[in-house]
Design a protein. Structure first.
Length: 161
């Protein structure tokens, strides 16, 4: 009887040791993928762009870089909407004469990013889509703030860098 109890104890001990080794291996594997897209599941994200006064150009460059870095970090497993309102609309005004900003916008659009522009802001600034780089009527939303709330209701996570 003592021999059987001892044998069972050894089997239980071996199983426990195996579980510990397995858990350690899984944790190590997770650490290795933590820097790559395999770590992230699909994401739906809405970014708020309301400008970066006093230096809009520097702000817009950082903003667009961050959106691109987000796509790279997830290996493209992300749906991104950028809602532009208030001073954020200046991104598209400036991009008409700034090839670097225009190139960054185009590169993100090519990766599936949708830029949505507040119609209220355009009315207030007396601008039309024709005044903005690459903005079409279908890119307009009635209200930037309301659009962010709508997208959050649809499961998008809100980011305001």
């Amino acid at each position: 009887m003592a021999r059987s109890v001892r044998k069972i104890g050894l089997v239980v001990l071996a199983l426990c040791a195996g579980l510990v080794v397995s858990a350690a291996a899984q944790a190590q594997a997770a650490d290795k993928t933590a820097t790559g897209g395999a770590y992230y599941t699909f994401q739906k994200v809405v970014y708020q762009n309301d400008g970066g006064w006093p230096d809009n150009k520097a702000y817009f460059q950082r903003f667009l870089h961050n959106v691109g870095a987000h796509i790279a970090a997830t290996d493209g497993k992300v749906e991104i909407r950028v809602v532009d309102f208030a001073a954020g609309v200046q991104l598209f005004v400036m991009a008409r004469d700034d090839a670097d900003l225009a190139k960054s916008i185009d590169a993100l659009r090519a990766k599936g990013v949708r830029f949505l522009v507040c119609r209220n802001t355009l009315l207030g600034l007396k601008l039309t889509p024709a005044d903005l780089y690459g903005v079409k009527d279908e890119d307009l939303v009635p209200s930037g703030v309301a659009e962010i709330a709508r997208l959050q209701g649809l499961g998008f996570v809100y980011i305001h860098p």
